[in-house]
Design a protein around this ligand. Sequence first.
Ligand code: GCB
Length: 624
Amino acid sequence: MVSMSTAALRLFCKTLFSAVLLASMATLAHAQSPTNTTILVDIDHRPATSLDGDWHTIVDPYSTGLYDFHHEVKANGYFMNAKQQPDGGPVEYNFAISPTLKVPGDWNTQRPDLFYYEGVVWYEKDFKYAPKPNTRTFIHFGAANYRSHVWVNTKKVCEHEGGFTPFDCDVTGVVKNGDNFVVVAVDNTRLADGVPTLQTDWWNYGGLTRDVSLVDVPEQFIDDYDLHLDRANHDLIEGYVHVENAAHGASVTVSIPELNATTQATVGSGDRAAISLPVKSLSLWSPDNPKLYKVEIAVDSESSSDKLEDDMGFRTVEVRGTEILLNGKPIFLRGVSVHAEAPYRTGRAYSEKDVDTLLGWAKEMGCNYVRLAHYPHDQRMTRATDRLGILVWSEIPDYWALQFDNPAVLVKSKQQLGEMIRRDRDKASIILWSVANETPNTEARTKYLTTMANLTRELDPTRLVTAALLVRTEKTANGSNKIVDDPLGQALDVLGTNEYIGWYEQRPAGADTTTWDIHYQKPVIMSEFGAAARAGHHGPATERWTEEYQADVYKHQIPMLNRIPQLRGTSAWVLMDFRSPMRTLPGLQDNFNRKGLISDQGEKKQAFYVLQKAYKDKTLGKAE
Ligand code: GCB
């Protein structure tokens, strides 16, 4: 008899309390809203004026800064940054004397009173600006969770939805010589029709969580490019350079000085120049050889020119039957899932130091791969994986039970997918784009995510499309059988599967009697498996929450994983303990998901060493 899979049961329990608990929370209206379209790629190589640092902030749970007492949008909201005039009406706010928050940074971990806060916080910063002729000016936001409305010198310049992807507000003509100010209303209210939706097993850190900067670009500028190695010909780099506001006949040059390679192309239809750059003796990027080349990209015309430099690796990735091929050779992905949680201090990770610590641990464990869960991480992360030679699964937060029958939600998913790919398509380390995690198997879901998978391929045909699927379980005479037949598998190049034998179902030894029945001849990555333990909590291996129990789960998982012939990767759940409001057990969880192999304070648990040994000895997994 087919039982309800334990994974499905888990999902059901997790969503039970969602209801409309938060339906009444204040959210900002889409008032007077220029929608945002620009994303400046390679932003970290452009000269920029940082707006990081202290911003004045006003916590506004009722959205008083935007709405009047009859909930009409105010003409004189907080975005006016008004000052009390001696003979004027009352001004009941004042950014200049309001407390500050650091940017980048979530608000939750900066002030105890904001730890659980979900709602609107207004940010204000004064800045100086000296206009240059023939330039466009943008304010770049690395990410702001979850919705943002931006005003400069009282004028609305953009808004953005989605907490983990970048956006650039065009402020040309709005910024003026001398003193300027920018006001941002950031709202992290969870939305039933958001991406992600109401339930997530991670902390809903709000605020300007990544860098903010002011960027001048020429009138004609490079805003997007794709340069990748041809799968069939490793002596050819192909792709395009997109030029915004391109002058007629503008010419694009792409060069790799170290290879003495250069090519020129004219900007044509769609403001793109098609690139075809022959290269000789290219050193292919791989985990063993994370070679990055300086790539120079320039556009020139009589009136204007722009140039960019990037550090790029070149490699190919493809699927052959049940194998994943990197540069034409089968590879096994020895990995771990990583949340963008800051080690030691908790909160959203954003710094070079956060990235170095997290990836340093992954390397120490013997990983050649990380799954960046469950949303795009800071660009520092994917720059570092490029440098360190760590392959990446990158995903958008199409997590659990989105409103799959709501076309407006699909628009949001598509937007986040586009933003993720656009920002990171220059990173050789990323080989997998994931469109979803543990979604319910319904017709609406399959249609929605098939659309997403197809769009991914359209936007980036050079990488592989995956998703973390739920798995069905059937009892057998000796144990259980895990069946991977989710129809979404059809739309994917690589199947991700999550299972928690030993934690949410059965005991650790349950893995010994579990068989796998995979209905697709495709590579499989065990995208999650694991168990919880509090670091330093010891006891018999039969006792939950002890390091011994967690280690025992891994000891039983490894042989089972080795019995799955088409297994091509593993990303254990999870590298480090991370904050989650779902995890309330005092003394053991204290609002942390404790499935980390390392605690949030950097203590390695016993299971870390179990997995490390398997990875270092290469006793887990086969590439072919
Ligand atoms: C899952 C989810 C992940 C959770 C994890 C858990 O299946 O994909 O986001 O944190 O399980 O610990 O339950």
